[in-house]
Structures are given as structure tokens and as C-alpha cells.
Write a protein that binds this ligand. Structure first.
Ligand code: F0G
Length: 456
């Protein structure tokens, strides 16, 4: 790793260490908090005690990154490594393990926008990554570090998407991978991916938080590289969609960015991306970044209500949006800082609100997994409260592909997903969104009759 260019700075006590000095569990030896990757060379000219030769030039970077879009080099084709000047975490970029991640589409959402009286509503669809979720952007970064440092084994605890991404990138690099997942609580599509990519997969009789605890102990005992998002290099990759969004807005930023919250690394990473762009003069301001959690897995929401985001009590998590079924999120302090510094909000949404928002996104031709749909459900609330205005621009971060959790979608349309209690008050809206398959005779007449019925 290029220790000359980057350091790890403890988020809690500010202690600085080199990349090579990090403990296996990536916790600070002084205070136990998480680290952030920091680039001292980016400091402004004249900062006492710091060199200033590496501070990137914003105009030159914008030009270079655009040029790379026409390049045929592997690294330039990655939507993460195309921005490599802002993540100099490898000694040699030749060690990068890439599956052409990133460069994901930013779609307009005209129907959902109209329903909310907005004409600048967009979705950054991170489900369009190689393994179908935003985790690929972080995985290419952190797994490349593992590869460069000569690890043979990598591991993660996961609600499914991290494990899918990790096992794919490990397979590409020829590394062995160990996956710990909560038994019976991850979507089949994600489990299938880990198996397909050859991971050693253990289903533990525990929730995500229990799996994470077991893994922390394992990496202390064996030379295994931890690829959960406590690993600060993951966030360096996950910050790059912020660069893509700013580039798509011609180096302005949207007024609002709305992100799902689980372990709370993604909101932290996107905030870091926008913060660094602002500090380097690539953009003039940050968007308001809001984090949306499921009501049954809302420790950050509670933290804001109870202590303004200063303390967090773990909760026992329950939601059908299994990707964000997390009660003790590792990166909560970082995410709380992003929400506070940008003037965003932290809010939660019910199971029915998630299911309806997901169906609305599907009807717009996009589709996403339930955890991603909390963003649209959250935006509806923010609009309802008057915190997001009609003329403002909003980007929803859709984190996972709709095929990750097909069971959820089918159950929604069949009417078996939500209990009567959960659906109460929304029955009509839900019925209008449901599209169950028709079982009919194998004749043209029968099918035409179905179409006629739909038109009526
Ligand atoms: N959306 C999806 C589809 C996810 O898979 C996750 C997290 C999140 C949102 C939340 O992101 O944790 O950074 O706040 N999935 C993790 C996993 C925890 O193991 O795949 P976060």
C-alpha cells in the first residue's frame, strides 16, 4: 500500500497510523473506534507540518476522468478506478482486481416525480453493478488491498450482498473466501451467488450482528483479511458514486441525496466522497444527505431522536428488507456526522411503505431490492413534511438489483407479503400496485379476455 500517500485516522480519537499498522479487526488500539482513510498530501498549501505537493488540481482531474471514458484500459473502464487519483490506496494499481464495476446509470423518475410534484427526481442505480449491488464498488478497493498485501483468505459477515461481491472478487483474484451469514435470513439470490463464486459459506444460527461478532474473533486468531465495512478501504471505493453523480450534474450536486441505512457504511462513504470533492474544489457544496432505515431496524433514527446522533443503543432488528436487518451498525458515528454536517435527515419507514415504494419503482421500469426502496418511501415522507421542496433536485441511491430477492416481489404481488395489520390503511393503494399472474386456459380467447379485463 502506498503509505506515503495515505494514512488511517481514527474517527474517535484522531490517532493516525499507517495502513500497515492496522489491526486485523480494523479497530483503533487506543479507543476501539473505526478508521478513515486520510490523504495528508491533499492539505492546502501552507498547512503547518504537512507537504502540499500532492493536492490534486480539480480542472485537470475533471478533464482526465472524462478522457478515460474513451480509453480501453481495464482500470479506466472501472467506474471506481477511473477516479484513482482520489483513492491512492495501492502501491501499484496493477494489483487492482476489477470486474468493470461502477459507471452505473442515473435514471430520471418521471412518474414517481410527478406523483410528488417534482421534476428533478433521479435514481442512481447501484444494482447495475457486476454482482448486482453497490458493494462491488467497495469490494474492488478493499479486496485489491488484500491482494496486494498477499493475503490468501478474505472474509465477511453479511446480509447477502457483501458476501456476493466479496466471493466474486476473491474468485477473480484467486483468493479463498469465507462467508458468514445469518441462517434463513438472507435472500436466495445472494446465497446462490456466494456458492456460485466458490466461497466457503457458513450459515450461523445468529443475526447479522452475531455473525459480525464471530468473525471479529476469527480474524484475530487467523491470518484472514476482513472485508466488512469496518475495513476503511471499502469506503474509498464506495465514495466513487458521489463523483459519478457530481460529474452527471456537470460538477454541481443535487440538493438531496437519499440513502438506505443498514450497517451505515454507504451513507458514510458517499458523504466522504462529497466532502472530499468540496475540500478539493471539485464542487462548491455538499447535497443534504438523508438516511432512511426500516422502522423495525432503526437504531440511527432512535439515536437522533434520543441524543441528536451522539449515542446509539443497539436494537433487535426485524424487517423483510433483509439487507438492512441490522441492529448494531458499525459505522453509525460516521453516518451521524454526514447527516448532521449536510443538514439531512434520518427517518424510518414501515414495511407497507417499503413494499409500495418498491412496486412503484418497478412500475417505472427500474426495480430494485426492498432495502433500496426505503429511499423513495423516505422521500415521500420528507415531501409530506415539507422538508424537500418541489423545485429541488433529488437523487435516490438504489443499492441492489430487483432479482436479488425475487421471493419478496412475488409475495407482494400475490398478496402474501404483508400481514393485515401491516397493510392497514393502505389496502387500496396496495391493491392498485399488485400485478399477480393470471392462470388461464391455453387459448388466445382466454388471454385476450385477461387483457380486456385489464383495460376495463
Ligand atoms: N441496501 C442493500 C441492498 C444492502 O445490501 C445494504 C447492506 C444496504 C442497503 C445498507 O448499506 O450497510 O452500508 O448502510 N448490506 C450489507 C451486506 C450489510 O452484508 O450485504 P450499509
Amino acid at each position: 500500500m502506498n503509505d506515503n500517500l495515505h494514512q488511517l485516522r481514527c474517527f474517535g480519537c484522531g490517532a493516525r497510523i499507517s495502513g500497515a499498522q492496522a489491526r486485523a479487526d480494523f479497530r483503533c488500539a487506543e479507543c476501539g473506534d473505526l478508521f478513515e482513510v486520510d490523504y495528508p498530501g491533499w492539505a492546502r498549501r501552507g498547512t503547518p507540518g504537512l507537504p502540499n505537493t500532492d493536492r490534486p488540481n480539480p480542472g485537470a482531474l475533471k478533464w482526465l476522468w472524462r478522457e478515460r471514458k474513451c480509453s480501453s484500459e481495464t482500470l479506466d473502464n472501472s467506474g471506481v478506478w477511473r477516479f484513482r487519483e482520489l483513492l491512492p490506496i495501492l502501491e501499484d494499481f496493477g494489483h487492482a482486481v476489477s470486474l468493470r464495476e461502477g459507471n452505473t446509470p442515473l435514471y430520471a423518475l418521471p412518474r414517481a416525480g410527478r406523483a410528488l410534484g417534482m421534476d428533478q427526481l433521479f435514481a442512481k442505480h447501484q444494482g447495475m453493478n457486476p454482482t448486482g449491488s453497490f458493494k462491488d464498488t467497495g469490494m474492488t478497493a478493499a479486496l485489491s488491498v488484500a491482494h496486494e498485501r498477499g493475503f490468501e483468505w478474505v472474509a465477511c459477515a453479511s446480509t447477502g450482498n457483501t458476501s456476493a461481491a466479496m466471493s466474486a472478487y476473491a474468485a477473480r483474484a484467486g483468493l479463498r473466501s469465507l462467508v458468514l451469514i445469518p441462517e434463513g435470513r438472507i435472500a436466495w439470490g445472494k446465497l446462490a451467488q456466494a456458492l456460485d463464486y466458490g466461497a466457503v459459506t457458513c450459515q450461523l444460527k445468529a443475526d447479522f450482528d452475531g455473525c459480525a461478532r464471530v468473525l471479529t474473533e476469527i480474524v484475530r486468531r487467523a491470518p484472514i483479511y476482513l472485508l466488512n465495512s469496518v475495513n476503511p478501504y471499502r469506503l474509498e471505493g464506495q465514495k466513487t458514486p458521489a463523483f459519478e453523480i457530481a460529474e452527471a450534474f456537470d460538477w454541481n450536486v443535487p440538493d438531496h441525496l437519499i440513502v438506505p441505512g443498514g450497517n451505515l457504511a454507504n451513507s458514510s462513504a458517499l458523504g466522504k466522497g462529497f466532502r472530499e470533492m468540496k475540500e478539493l474544489g471539485l464542487v462548491s457544496r455538499m447535497p443534504k444527505i438523508s438516511v432512511v432505515q426500516a422502522a423495525g431496524a432503526n437504531p440511527l433514527v432512535r439515536s437522533f431522536l434520543e441524543s441528536g446522533g451522539k449515542r446509539m443503543e443497539p436494537v433487535e432488528a426485524h424487517t423483510r428488507a433483509t439487507a438492512i436487518r441490522i441492529g448494531n451498525p458499525a459505522s453509525w458515528r460516521k453516518a451521524a456526522r454526514v447527516v448532521t454536517e449536510t443538514g439531512g435527515w434520518c427517518l424510518d419507514v414501515t414495511e407497507a411503505e417499503i413494499a409500495m415504494a418498491k412496486a412503484e419503482l418497478g412500475a417505472e421500469g427500474l426495480g430494485c431490492e426492498p432495502a433500496s426502496a426505503v429511499t423513495l418511501a423516505g422521500l415521500k415522507k420528507l415531501r409530506g413534511e415539507g422538508w424537500v421542496h418541489a423545485g429541488e433536485s433529488v437523487v435516490l441511491v438504489l443499492t441492489g438489483h430487483t432479482l436479488k430477492d425475487a421471493d419478496y416481489t412475488i409475495e407482494f404481488h400475490r398478496g402474501t407479503l404483508l400481514s393485515a395489520e401491516e397493510a392497514a390503511g393502505n389496502e387500496d393503494k396496495i391493491a392498485r400496485l399488485q400485478r399477480n399472474a393470471h392462470v388461464v386456459e391455453a387459448t388466445p380467447e382466454a388471454v385476450l379476455a385477461v387483457m380486456k379485463g385489464e383495460e376495463a
